[in-house]
Ligand binder design. Structure first.
Ligand code: MCA
Ligand code: AMP
Length: 475
């Protein structure tokens, strides 16, 4: 008999749950609140149904079913492959094929060929499972590269535990906090930090469905997570923003927080936001601290266990003087285990001496504060906090018969940070209808957030003597 599990989700430890009449509810999502006992009992029942599987796909809608599926897999030691609920045909097929998921757990999209294992909301089991090994892969999270289809980032239980504990320390996060967010449950931000974080710490979490200013203001939490688009929409509604002044910490990440938004948020809520920086591959490596300086435009210092350095194009060190710009490299216990089935791409990302190349360009000052200056590649777009590869959208558009040539770029956008714009050379005539058709086509093949916000028809694309498209000239 083992009483260990689930150590990763420490607040769901069976002994603590059985003993804790007064411990707070675990979570509220989609209008339903679950006590810790409900969550543990229902998720353990899920674990019993899938404990012989290696890897299952979960359609990551923000629902109780998704939470039970994820927690059930973590209890049983089954790897979860979260699938964006709005993933189009090509993206979903790629994720299923590449990941080797054996079944859908919970809700499945129509017409699927994989078996479906239902998640029962009212079933309960109190069986206990041994804690899976920390090196075992908990999640395969699909994330875009500059070209090709998304790659599967393998995150181990040990990496997740280390990554969360570092944030607990940086943000003085305790079970007394109530976390509020409305972020998607298929990326590190909403899923690992926003769901597993509270279940590790023991703080309740309220998932608002969508991260609207109204829902954030009404939730009455002490700790809030948002991408910059969420914060910029909140400061547009001063009355609602002021409500957040009662919170302990407002945390921004996934993309650069514009300085005016930082300042406005500080003015309206009486507190400067915490900024932190991370990647699907690394979890969160840099952050300002609950008890430390919060400087607009800067993402703070390495969290516990992380080291960083800057390198130029030739691999030579770049001084940490607050002005010199270099490629940011990181190492630490929360890094991923490589891309599934892609040893080539994994090897490319690591230096010979064991540092991960983030692909971001940064400066570090003499106090160890970091500022992210931008990305090395123009082909990785950040829109609404989503990382989107230009190549993937170009491939989808080239699959449409009306498209002769295409170049996709991210152009500056006050709301989204960058917005996806497709420059298209049509085979025949262009029209407003064709623009809508192409946008819909991308949505059918990929995910909704990968649809171009704008399609601009052009006669030619700017190319250099080698024939390569000069994306910097597209604006
Ligand atoms: C959007 N719409 C469109 C188009 N684009 N319609 C037609 N054509 C298009 N091209 C639709 C939307 O589907 C939506 O419809 C409506 O227009 C309004 O869009 P909008 O208000 O802009 O909202 P949104 O774009 O749907 O959402 C904004 C958002 C979202 C809520 C900020 O981008 C978001 O959830 N971002 C979070 C991303 C994230 O979690 N990233 C973490 C990864 P309708 O209203 O009908 O739906 S980064 C990570 O994990 C690392 C480790 C880190 O550092 O955190
Ligand atoms: P993803 O893998 O979707 O999490 O995207 C990771 C990328 O998001 C990083 O490589 C950065 O380019 C960007 N990013 C995340 N957090 C920040 C931040 N606080 N400031 C600037 N860029 C960020």
């Amino acid at each position: 008999m083992s009483y260990g599990p689930p150590l990763l989700l420490a607040s769901l430890n069976p002994i603590a749950v059985a003993a804790g009449d007064d411990i707070p509810d675990a979570l509220t999502i989609d209008g339903t609140t679950l006590s810790r006992s409900d969550l543990l009992g229902a998720a353990t029942s899920v674990a019993e149904r899938i404990s012989r599987a290696d890897r299952v796909a979960v359609l990551a809608e923000p629902t109780v079913r998704t939470v039970l599926a994820v927690v059930g897999c973590l209890i049983a030691g089954v790897t979860v492959v979260p699938v964006p609920p709005d993933a189009g045909v090509a993206e979903r097929e790629h994720i299923l094929r590449d990941s080797g998921a054996q079944a859908w757990l919970g809700t499945a999209p129509e017409g699927t060929e994989l078996p479906v294992v239902p998640v029962r909301l009212h079933a309960r089991s109190w069986h206990t499972y041994p804690e899976p090994h920390p090196a075992s892969v908990a999640f395969i999270l699909y994330t875009s590269g500059t070209t090709g289809a998304p790659k599967g980032v393998m995150l181990s239980r040990g990496a997740i535990a280390a990554g969360l504990d570092a944030l607990v320390q940086a943000w003085a996060w305790t079970w007394k906090d109530t976390l509020v967010h409305g972020l998607p449950l298929f990326h590190v931000h909403g899923l690992i930090l926003g769901l597993l974080g509270p279940l590790r710490v023991g703080s309740p979490v309220i998932h608002t469905g969508k991260p609207t200013p109204e829902a954030y203001a009404a939730a009455g939490g002490s700790l809030y997570f948002g991408v910059p688009t969420v914060w910029s929409r909140i400061v547009e509604k001063p009355e609602l923003a002021r409500e957040l002044g009662k919170a302990r910490l407002l945390v921004s990440g996934s993309a650069p927080l514009p300085t005016p938004v930082f300042d406005k948020l500080a003015e309206l809520t009486g507190q400067a936001p915490i900024e932190r920086y991370g990647m699907s591959e690394t979890m969160i490596t840099l952050s300002t601290r609950a008890d430390g300086e919060r400087r607009p435009g800067w993402v703070g210092t390495p969290v516990r266990g992380v080291e960083t350095r800057l390198r130029d194009e030739t691999g030579e060190p770049v001084p940490h003087d607050g002005v010199s710009i270099g490629g940011l490299q990181v190492r630490g216990p929360m890094l991923f285990d490589g891309y599934l089935n892609r040893p080539d791409a994994t090897a490319e990302d690591w230096t010979e001496d064991g540092w991960f190349r983030t692909g971001d360009v940064a400066v570090i000052d003499a106090d160890g504060f970091h500022r992210i200056v931008g990305r090395e590649s123009i082909d990785l777009i950040k829109s609404g906090g989503y990382r989107i590869g230009a190549g993937e959208i170009e491939t989808a558009l080239l699959g449409h018969p009306a498209v002769a040539e295409v170049a996709v770029v991210g152009l500056p956008d006050d709301d989204l940070g960058q917005r996806i714009v497709a420059f298209v050379v049509p085979r025949d005539d262009s029209s407003e209808d064709l623009a809508v058709e192409l946008t819909t086509h991308v949505g059918e093949q990929l995910s909704a957030h990968k649809r171009p916000r704008e399609v601009r028809f052009v006669d030619t694309l700017p190319r250099n003597a080698m024939g390569k498209v000069q994306k910097k000239q597209l604006s």
